[in-house]
Design a binder for this molecule. Structure first.
Ligand SMILES: Cc1cc2nc3c(=O)[nH]c(=O)nc-3n(C[C@H](O)[C@H](O)[C@H](O)COP(=O)(O)OP(=O)(O)OC[C@H]3O[C@@H](n4cnc5c(N)ncnc54)[C@H](O)[C@@H]3O)c2cc1C
Length: 405
């Protein structure tokens, strides 16, 4: 790309900023413009997550999630070190508390080795050297996991973008993306923006933005709220670092875990409750249109039939604190209900195929467009997309360069 062009990025979360920054750095003569409907960056998933640098251990070898998380955990740590963004490589324990979880834990150990990660199986007493209050019968120590402030990372990406000549426009909702000459007209509630290229990283709204640009996304976003509790300062001594359960292989989420932050506070969560609105941070956030649309979606009806038990159990745990506490007590039996104070929730954007499968991998697609060039849409970027953000940004910049030849 040599001529000067305008590249519009929809979405000011960590993925949008990582893509915008990388495109602007790769093509300094272009102008990259980020449009976000909110008054601040990182308002949605990026500002409401666990703040964990994932090692990549969970993900299928060869998948984008595995490739990008393994490389991303290193690149984001190096970036944070370079820019003075708060982060720490703490390691974590994945703890088996029942004999039937041991095969799953061993499978994770093998996968970790296959991914080239530093992992070590611990017996119960070795695990207690890391976490004296843990009730594990065995645990896997993963050394490259860490904690980081993803809002600070996003702000730092924004500074990189602005100093390289890019722009950020807040309070601007993208309504549709339409063909215009050899490029696109991006229609917003603040007027139209002409663009040679469009990259849509709209998180919880990504399928809607894709549909509004004439694309057939083949998937819909289902919003899963992740609720957290914080341990009281007195109880936080029960947890030294990061403690995860052995994940359920049929469920894409990692299970309720315990995470100690930089300030010594310990968060428990997130669970995974079907949100009744796209940005449904509380039970009272209900969108009738969203519920009707979910009910009409063939894939969602299949998913609901298949996972009704699991879904209802998550809802009960959300509404009845003692059940949430019981889940945590499997890991740390001394945690009591009085030790937990509710803390703000996040909402995950998880793509669901029309056949009812929760899409496992990251999905980045290019729609048909004028002169064979369409918009790039990030249609599925749930966890570990924050960890992987620099790699996703690099992949998007690479695809944009190729599509421009
Ligand atoms: C509870 C929870 C815990 C998580 N924990 C971790 C973790 O520990 N580690 C990890 O790596 N990942 C984690 N994740 C995942 C991670 O937060 C996300 O993968 C990542 O933040 C996705 O970034 P994004 O930019 O795609 O989406 P978002 O941050 O949601 O950004 C999308 C942006 O698009 C904007 N937008 C939407 N529609 C429009 C429109 N029409 N016009 C203009 N702007 C629009 C929104 O305002 C928003 O700012 C977690 C997620 C959740 C919810």
């Amino acid at each position: 790309m040599t001529a000067t062009k305008t590249v519009v990025v929809v979405g000011g979360g960590i993925v949008g900023l990582a893509a915008a920054r990388q495109v602007q750095l790769t093509h300094p003569r272009h102008t990259v413009v980020v449009l976000d409907k909110e008054p601040q960056l990182a308002t949605h998933q990026t500002g409401h997550n666990s703040g964990v640098i994932h090692s990549g251990i969970y993900y299928r070898p060869g998948s984008l999630k595995a490739r990008f998380a393994i490389a991303g955990s290193r690149s984001i740590s190096a970036y944070a070190r370079d820019r003075g963004v708060p982060h720490e490589i703490t390691g974590k324990l994945i703890a088996a508390t029942r004999p039937d979880e041991l095969p799953g834990l061993e499978a994770l150990r093998r996968r970790g080795v296959e991914h080239g990660l530093e992992v070590r199986m611990l017996d119960a007493s070795e695990a207690r050297e890391f976490e004296p209050h843990l009730a594990a019968i065995a645990a896997l120590h993963v050394s490259s996991t860490g904690i980081i402030d993803y809002v600070a990372v996003t702000r730092s990406f924004a500074e990189d973008l602005l100093s390289a000549g890019g722009r950020i426009q807040h309070d601007t909702e993208v309504l549709s993306i339409e063909p215009q000459g050899n490029g696109h007209a991006v229609r917003t509630d603040k007027g139209d923006v002409s663009a040679d290229h469009v990259i849509a990283c709209a998180g919880l709204q990504s399928d809607r933005v894709a549909a509004a640009s004439g694309a057939e996304p083949g998937a819909r976003i289902v919003a899963f709220r992740g609720e957290y509790f914080e341990l009281t300062p007195e109880a936080s001594a029960l947890v030294q670092g990061l403690i995860y359960p052995v994940p359920d292989p049929d469920f894409p989420f990692l299970g309720v875990h315990l995470t100690r932050g930089f300030d010594g506070s310990v968060h428990a969560g997130p669970n995974a409750v079907l949100a009744l609105a796209r940005e449904g941070y509380r039970w009272s956030d209900v969108s009738l249109a969203e519920i009707v649309s979910l009910g009409r979606h063939r894939g969602f009806r299949r998913l609901a039939r298949r996972h009704a038990g699991q879904g209802l159990a998550e809802m009960r745990r959300s509404l009845w604190k003692p059940l949430f506490v019981r889940e945590l007590q499997r890991l740390v039996p001394e945690i009591q209900s009085r030790d937990l104070v509710r803390s703000p929730a996040g909402v995950r954007a998880q793509a669901l195929s029309d056949d009812g499968d929760l899409m496992d991998d990251f999905v980045i697609t290019e729609t048909d467009g004028p002169a064979g060039r369409g918009a790039l849409h990030v249609l599925n970027a749930p966890s570990p997309a924050a960890t992987s953000s620099l790699e996703i940004g690099a992949e998007i910049a690479r695809r944009l360069t190729l599509s421009d030849r």
